[in-house]
Structure formats: structure tokens, C-alpha cells
Design a protein around this ligand. Sequence first.
Ligand SMILES: Cc1ncc(COP(=O)(O)O)c(C=O)c1O
Length: 439
Amino acid sequence: MPRPREILEDEIRRATPRSLAQWKRGQASMPGGVIKGAYWMTPHPLYVERAEECYLWDLDGRRYVDFTNHHTAMVLGHSPPSVIQALNDAIGHGLGFGAPSTLEADIAEEIVKRFPSIQKIRFTGSGTESSLHAARMARAFTGRPKVAKFEGAYHGSHDVLEVSVAPPPENAGPADSPTPVASWPGMARTAEEDLVILPYGQRESVELILREHEREVAAVFFDGKPGIYDLDPDFAAFLRRITRELGMVLIMDEVVSFRAGYGGYQEMVGVQPDLTLFAKIMGGGLPGGVIGGSSQLMDLLDNSAGPTLNQSGTFSGNHLTLAAGLATLRALTPEVYAHLDELRERLVSGLRGAFRKAGLPAQVRGVGSIVSFDLAERPVMDYRSSLDTDRETVDLIRMELLLRGYLIAAGLGLSLCSPMKTDHVDGLVDAIAEALAAG
Ligand SMILES: Cc1ncc(COP(=O)(O)O)c(C=O)c1O
């Protein structure tokens, strides 16, 4: 087992004094000392000086192999030359125009080419904005007031959908018909009232709930969480059938699951959603999000048709994000996916071996370029089963790895990037084996 928490925290403080000092400095001017919530980590955040390929360097000059990849966004690793080149070219034309550029048709065509379900796209500022606008579009299209999502799924930080993401089990209701639980104090009352919560993987219950709310539910938001949950790939086809029958819009969140392969999770499971949400990778390392879908739905946003459902945003579709996103998509060739597949298979089998050797019951999953592990006897298929895992020990493993030069984060899995080689994957497996024997 890893060493106890106090020892690890103390050792990290001693190994990263400059990050510790920087965090203390920030406490006076930022809540919790950080510029955004996700940067907080125990015992303190690591401040990054430089990032290149699959490495980050912190203020103390320590190098880490980065299995977090900017919340999974950097599938080509940090500072990929073709993306940096495209950005330098774009910056040469100006920082921002408040007017369109030729890059928009370039990236729109690239996305349409890649996804048979998508005929038209719009850019937003983030995944959060994409899901917010998609909910509005679905309600406008169907004339129904509510949307449905799955317990344990995150689609962004707003009052429409940040509900039942990680609810306290005592408030979450029965596993087969979960109760909506707003994630944070201060959210609008409608957050819970206008949302229907579905249980992952349970077809009969999902069908029952959707039929019960047939006249109210405009859309079902669905993230297959490949590599995170052990979900039957046929579940997406079931959702496609039932939403079509009930006249609901199927919205697939591919903000992370685009990592499943060249055509995302939808290609993997052979399902064409009505709308798809992207962000992270689509911005090529810069802020951005995408909504894509059938012309019928996307044309709700057609401003030339007169007063319409408007979607905009000062920085939505700015030319720097478009340049970085386009260069990233063009670099994401079938060969890159084949390389990532090879790394994933090696990591999954390496981790299974390491946990077996340590005599720990573990669940290891991998799809596309995401691998995750939990310390649990039974497969993790949904939010409820994720509660039965030993998260404290996983956090101790995270700290042992940090001290050995490997960065991992809870929640989004271990994400691979194209500059990684088998040595990086083998190194992580060895470091985990060491971590398991450290205590
Ligand atoms: C599956 C999924 N959907 C949506 C979002 C929201 O995207 P953003 O952080 O760009 O607002 C995230 C962010 O982590 C996500 O993981």
C-alpha cells in the first residue's frame, strides 16, 4: 500500500517549495489561492513553468510525465509544432476581429467530414456553453420544457445540467429512478424541477422514466464515458431507438469521449445522435466548444431567417481557437489513433498485472486514449458503483506518483497523448507498482 497521507503531503511540500510559496501568495487575492476550482489539489497546487510533448516542468524544476493533459484536451501533447505554427500564423493576422475569417468554413468542413451525424456546426466558448445552448435548442425544437441526463454525468457548469453529478447517496433516491439533486447551493430551483435523472445502463428503468415524462422531455443528454464507466456499447443504440420513438432529441456529449477514436464514441457504438457537443480537443488547447448536428436542428440558429434562437458569445469562434482546433483535427490521423490504441492496451494490461501482483482487487478499463482504474471488487458501471471504490487509496497513489514524476488526476482517467512512447506507459506502471509497495 502507499505511505500514509501525512508523510506524503509533507514530502510533497518539501519537494516543491516554490509551488507552495506561490500558492500561499495567491491566498490573499484568490479564493482558496487558485484562479479556478479545478486547480486545487492536496497538499497544494503545482505551478507549471513550461509544457512540452508529454512533460510538464514545475517552478521547482521537477519534470512530470503528464497523464492529465490539460483536463484531457491535449491529445497531441503540449505545444505540438503544427498547432504552434498554425497559431503563430493566425496571431500574425491579429488577436481577434469580432468578424468572421476563412478559418470558420475550414474547420466546419473538417468536422462535418468526420462525423456523419453532423451537417452543420457552431462554435461556442466552452463545453459548458455548448450544453447550455443545446438544451435551449432542444426545448425550442420540441416545445417541451424539461431535459433528461444521467446520474454521474457532467455536461458543464450551469443551472440546467449541473444536477446529480455526484450527489450524496442519502439524497439521491433509488438507484433505478434517481432523484434530481442540485450540485451546489445557490442554484435556481428550476435546476431540479426541470430535469429528469436517468440511471446509466438500466434500459428498463430508463424506458419507464422517459415514457412517464414523454410529453415533458425535450432531450436526453448522454455521455458514454468510454474508459471511465464499463457501459454496454449497445446502450447508446437503445437510447437512439427510444428517443426517436418518443420524439426526444438525443444529445451526445463528446467533450471527452471524442477520444474514443477518429469518429468519437458515436462511431465506436454506431449511433448517430441529433446533436453532438464538443470542447477541449476541438479548441486545440485554446478555449472553445462546438455544437454540431442535423441541418434541421442547427438551422434553428439561422440568423438570416429572421428573429431566431440566437447563439453567439464575444470569443466564440475566435480565429485563434479555430486555427488551433483545425491544426489539431488535421493532425489526428488514423495513424495517431493506432499509436494511442497501442499505448492504451499496454497500459491496461500493465496496470492489471501491477494490481494483481500487489494482491489488490482493481478494475481497469480503457477505451480510445482514456484508461482508468478503481480499487474495487466489482466493475464500475455507473455513479452508484463508483461509490463502492477505495478513493482514498487512489489519492495516496496519486501523491506517490507525483513524487516519482508522474501526474494523474481523479475523475477524468489517465489520458494518453500522441508524443508518449511505450517507455512512458511502462514507467507509469512501474511507478504504480512502487507506490503500492511503498507503505
Ligand atoms: C463530459 C464533459 N462535458 C462537458 C464539459 C464542460 O466543458 P468545459 O469545461 O469546456 O465547459 C466537461 C468538462 O470537463 C466534460 O468533461
